[in-house]
Design a protein around this ligand. Structure first.
Ligand code: FE
Length: 177
């Protein structure tokens, strides 16, 4: 009899942990940017995401909004992913499109995450940026949602010679499985 009660108690405990775990997963999935990440995001399929400023403001954190939608720049050495050396994929923080691979990340010493190539040229758009007088830069945006990522310069390492200087806050990191 005692044994039967113990077994029932264990089964109830296992079920309870399962429910709590599920609830925790659901609440975290609705509460942060990772909920907007989709799995089939390798190559941009040409379907742009267009949202109003008010909609983006609701979806993004204040810092994400300033950088991604207002073309702001995070302070150097403050980004969570600048020194990240783990293997994985860096995706757009706003829409989840795959942008950079850890394979192409390098330490530029600038204080921002730096890559010498994008995962796929289709996944980013480039634009001439003349916001700083006397310096014409090439701005890099997410091809799908138009979110501002950073700039690309031609003083990077081989094999491309490019340096994609990207705001950490514009990226989310998906660790390799
Ligand atoms: Fe995006």
């Amino acid at each position: 009899m005692k044994l039967r009660i113990t077994i029932v108690a264990i089964l109830v405990a296992i079920a309870a942990v399962g429910i709590i775990g599920q609830t925790a997963m659901n609440s975290s999935a609705t509460g942060n940017a990772s909920s907007r990440l989709r799995s089939s995001d390798d190559v941009f399929d040409g379907k742009k995401i267009v949202k109003s400023e008010a909609e983006w403001q609701k979806l993004l954190t204040p810092t994400e909004f300033i950088v991604l939608r207002k073309k702001g720049t995070e302070r150097p050495y403050t980004g969570a992913l600048t020194d990240n050396k783990k293997a994985g994929v860096y995706v757009c923080a706003a829409c989840g499109l795959h942008l950079f691979s850890s394979k192409h990340k390098f330490d530029s010493g600038t204080g921002w995450p730096s890559f010498y190539q994008v995962i796929n040229k289709k996944n980013v758009d480039e634009e001439v940026d003349r916001s700083i007088p006397d310096e014409t830069r090439t701005e890099v945006n997410c091809a799908r949602c138009g979110g501002h990522l950073g700039h690309v310069f031609d003083d990077g390492p081989q094999p491309t010679g490019l340096r994609y200087c990207i705001n950490s806050v514009s990226l989310k990191f998906l660790p390799a499985k």
